[in-house]
Design a protein around this ligand. Sequence first.
Ligand code: 8YV
Length: 328
Amino acid sequence: MNAKPKVYISKKIPDSVLEWLQQHCDCRMWEGQTASSRSGLLEALRDVDGLMTTGGRIDAELLDAAPRLKVVSNISVGYNNFDIEAMRARGVIGTHTPHVLDETVADTVLALMLSVARRVPELDRFVKAGRWKKGVGLSDDHFFGLDVHHATAGIIGMGRIGEAIARRAVHGFGMKLLYTNRSRRPDMEERYGAVYAPLEELLRESDFVIMMTPLTPETTRMIRREHFAMMKPSAFFINASRGPTVDEEALIEALRSGAIRGAGLDVFEVEPVQPDNPLLSMDNVVTLPHIGSATEKTRLDMAMLAARNLVAVLTGSGEAYVVKELQA
Ligand code: 8YV
């Protein structure tokens, strides 16, 4: 009988997934609470056939330290951590976890929209600080927010998650929908009345600008100072894609100057976000620690799909979600 392929798991995964993986592979898992050091990771990869990971950079240095490596299985849908050229040059396959997180991330986006527009965290702090001394009257407009229902949402990046947001926005909140995407989506236009718009038009007309595009060289710093200047002063900027799709300095400036009304952010240029980041002291900004997909069920589903992807590539049996740039 052939020896089982060796795999290294660089972050703790649920027991049930590890047990399943152990039936097919000889597994070693990083047990630390914080991420392993880069040198420790490279050392661990010396004799493995597969790596299961979340987000660490997969570049030439790492690949050269892992001469047997055949597959890197990301426990995420995004794969901007892959150096595609370096992986292609060495024939290393990369897989990811699409589909299973779409609805959960869309829920997070709606949570950010509602939270920032209706000022939920800010007013929660107000109540808990014992500052609620009288009823909120008709003229107490410093407590008022803006409506989400029937507002206009502009989705930048109309993929699977964008569609799940569109469904909630249109069917749940009666919103009007604009979108930009690499290619037109007639299905979205028919199903949700979504209107395909050039970026500038979307920015000018949306009450909520929602970043959902993957991070690629083309989308890096796609939204800059001039783009915030085009947005309505009453508009909210929502980012649940990747921090570097936006010039964060420009976002900070737009929030400070009142060029836009607020922001809901699950992602940042540097993560974990630095404690002195000005975004953290703004009442009109709602922040989350990159938890778009973080529900119990979805994180379990993602880990299981990543495990299945790994085994499918290593054993040559079953389908794997190989990222499109590395497909044969
Ligand atoms: C991940 C994500 O959980 O899937 C993605 O691309 O952003 C999240 O779902 C994140 O990468 C951390 O592992």
